[in-house]
Design a protein around this ligand. Structure first.
Ligand code: NDP
Length: 330
């Protein structure tokens, strides 16, 4: 059983040397557990934040197998709830085989391709849905701004907002990505935050101002977005990618000043807060995907050994859409 562990916790940028491939016996399930063959692993910006200490989950420590969320097949079961051959999603690690308690795994029959379970019907799609609708309270006709717009969560946020009848502006790194966000994902505009004319271009694109800013990145981009909010606008704090891969974070300088003068509401959330509404989110997402309103863009690396590279490259902006690693065949 090949498994990738964290060799050393990173300071500043993550490198391949922070991980180490090991070989362990295939783990045997205990009572109430299943043994799983990992098929697809989700690679998320948040993985980097787990290496910085406790967050909404326990910290990952040096020597730990790198945790992930995965689609897997049950290869042994010691639970009456699961049979060999069942396809499940749940927490795993960067490994070929893992064990997990049956009550922490979800059977997901009928969805193909399986990769959709980690993208539009997984954490990314649900985060976009709950964040935009429940936290951001976006409604038709409003202007929605979203950062990391060519990424997984951001791409779904913008497409859901378009499907709801909002005017949608994206922010992404580089002209090529911005073109892709407008031409392929259908955003009304997309601005390159790395361009020297970004602040001016953002002001022009935002017109009367932004009703909902869905913030995936924090830092300077959040600062620029705050200047363009309408009075009583809502800022959905989903993540802070610009702060993850560094030990010298830089925050917006206009906080809390602009929050006060513009009467803004900033609210953070974790997708699991809204698990009670996941069925509603799934139904809506399936409807939009089936109707062609949401394009599902996936960016899959092949081979467990490529997981460190897949994460490092995602943090550098190498992905368009949902990044994953395929560990074994369906
Ligand atoms: P993405 O697919 O969006 O990939 C990350 C993207 O971030 C890169 O492609 C890159 O695009 C962009 N990026 C990297 N560095 C910077 C920077 N310094 N400034 C601006 N953009 C940068 O990742 P995810 O979909 O996995 O995650 C998106 C966000 O959603 C993260 O903040 C994550 O933590 C959050 N999240 C929150 C959840 C919650 O429950 N609150 C659940 C799931 C995710 P570019 O080329 O445009 O720079």
């Amino acid at each position: 059983n090949r498994q990738i562990v964290v060799a050393e916790l990173p300071k500043d940028a993550l490198t391949p040397g922070h991980f180490r491939m090991t070989t362990t016996p295939i783990p045997e399930p205990g009572e109430g557990e299943a043994q799983l063959r990992v098929i697809l692993m989700s690679i998320d910006a948040a993985n980097r934040s787990w290496l910085k200490g406790a967050t909404y989950r326990a910290p990952v420590l040096a020597g730990d197998p790198m945790p992930t969320y995965a689609v897997a097949e049950v290869t042994r079961s010691r639970s009456p709830e699961l049979d060999v051959g069942d396809l499940v999603i749940g927490s795993a690690s960067w490994s070929e085989f893992v064990t997990a308690p049956a009550d922490k795994l979800r059977k997901m029959p009928g969805i193909r391709p399986l990769s959709h379970l980690l993208s539009v019907y997984g954490i990314a799609g649900k985060t976009a849905y709950h964040g935009l609708i429940t936290v951001g309270r976006a409604v038709a006709g409003e202007t929605v701004l979203v950062s990391a717009a060519a990424g997984s969560v951001g791409g779904f946020v913008g497409q859901i907002a378009k499907a709801m009848g909002c005017h949608v502006i994206g922010i992404a790194g580089g002209a090529e990505k911005c073109n892709w966000v407008t031409s392929e994902l259908g955003f009304d505009a997309c601005l390159d935050y790395r361009d020297s004319g970004f602040n001016k271009a953002l002001r022009a694109a935002c017109g009367d101002g932004v009703d909902v800013y869905f913030d995936n990145v924090g830092g300077k981009v959040l600062e620029a977005a705050l200047f363009n909010m309408k009075d009583r606008g809502r800022v959905v704090c989903c993540g802070a990618i610009s702060q993850y891969d560094t030990d010298t974070p830089s925050g917006p300088r206009n906080l809390p000043g602009l929050v006060v003068t513009k009467r803004l509401r900033m609210e953070g959330f974790i997708v699991s807060d809204f698990a009670r509404d996941d069925d509603k989110a799934m139904k809506a997402l399936r409807h939009w995907v089936d109707a062609g309103r949401i394009k599902v863009t996936e960016d899959i690396f092949d081979g467990l050994e490529r997981a460190p590279e897949a994460l490092i490259d995602l943090l550098a902006g190498g992905n368009t859409g949902k990044r994953m690693v395929r560990v074994s065949a369906d």
